[in-house]
Design a protein around this ligand. Structure first.
Ligand SMILES: O=P(O)(O)O[C@@H]1C[C@H](O)[C@@H](CO)O1
Length: 308
């Protein structure tokens, strides 16, 4: 997958601005809504939606729980901060090229966004991080990047961008601080917010037990199918990045496998064998947890934006 879309930033920006009142044309904060998290926009005021189909260069999201529109509005007390949210993102597994996946992030930067809050649904690999926790991401493990699936490969969209991007500070410590301060002021339980490393996988299959175990041992706390390409493009564009992963399921990583051979032998000896119920993750479950935790995610994002 390469840079197969010719960047048409001027056309994209023109189409967006034509639809917006002047006071919404230069958002300061960008938000990307993960699976089931498009309800984040419910706290925006004076919302104007710009469907992706009206923006040259934008694709269409095909995943349930993802819409296909940019939402412009104001967030927070008083006049509020001008914000833009992606209601629906693009994933490589849908068939979108990496350059299409990150195109909206580049457009946000060109509209004037300085800080971006990227949300996603993710599976937990860490027994200490249960379902429902929001994980403030401090690092990533991206096997696709290491093996040639990096959105920054190829000709750059501008010669002003850095060719070799350092990632040691990709997840802004200042924004991460704001997330924990926000949780404190909102009186969230201490366990509501954790810190961790996000493993990016291409999907669309969920992890096999051996893959889950491998990612855990390699140092990841949560795993998901998005976000890292957006982080890379955002950093290349000079944005400050915060990532919030909502844990929607546990990745099943047994240390030992049940032995079918022993079960068969036991059955042949006339013993009754209780079959364990397999835990199976589904996108429906992912969306359900997103819905249940939408309120906490909204409050957190609102508070962080207010304190930027
Ligand atoms: O877009 P995000 O990363 O929030 O969505 C996750 C990853 C897959 O798209 C989907 C799997 O259930 O949820």
């Amino acid at each position: 997958m390469g840079n197969d879309i010719a960047p048409s930033f001027d056309a994209s920006i023109k189409a967006i601005k034509e639809t917006l009142p002047v006071n919404l044309q230069s958002p300061r904060v960008g938000v990307i809504c993960g699976s089931g998290l498009s309800g984040l926009v419910d706290i925006f005021r004076d919302v104007v939606l710009v469907p992706y189909e009206n923006i040259p260069g934008f694709s269409k999201s095909t995943v349930p729980g993802h819409k296909s529109a940019l939402a412009f509005g104001f967030l927070g007390a008083g006049e509020g901060v001008p914000v833009v949210a992606m209601l629906g993102r693009f994933h490589p597994y849908e068939g979108h090229s990496l350059s299409s996946v990150v195109y909206p992030v580049r457009v946000m930067a060109k509209l004037g966004v300085k800080d971006i809050i990227i949300t996603n649904a993710a599976g937990s690999l860490n027994p200490l991080i249960p379902v429902g926790t929001i994980v403030v991401i401090h690092d990533h493990l991206a096997l696709p990047n290491l093996t040639g699936m990096n959105p920054l490969l190829g000709p750059q969209t501008s010669l002003d961008l850095p060719r070799f991007l350092p990632l040691s500070d990709a997840y802004s410590p200042a924004l991460r601080r704001l997330a924990f301060l926000a949780a404190y002021h909102l009186q969230l339980e201490e366990s509501a917010l954790a810190e961790g490393t996000y493993a990016w996988v291409s999907g669309p299959t969920y992890e096999s037990p051996a893959e889950g175990r491998f990612l855990r041992r390699a140092g990841a706390d949560v795993v998901g199918m998005s976000t890292v390409p957006e982080v890379l493009a955002a950093r290349e564009e000079g944005l400050n990045v915060m990532v919030l992963s909502l844990v929607t399921n546990f990745v099943v990583i047994p240390e030992t496998y049940r032995s079918i051979r022993e079960e068969v032998l036991a059955e042949l000896e006339g013993k009754k064998v209780e079959l364990p119920k397999a835990e199976i993750v589904s996108h429906e479950e992912v969306l359900l947890i997103g819905k249940e935790k939408a309120r906490v995610m909204r409050k957190l994002v609102e508070r962080v934006v207010e304190t930027l």
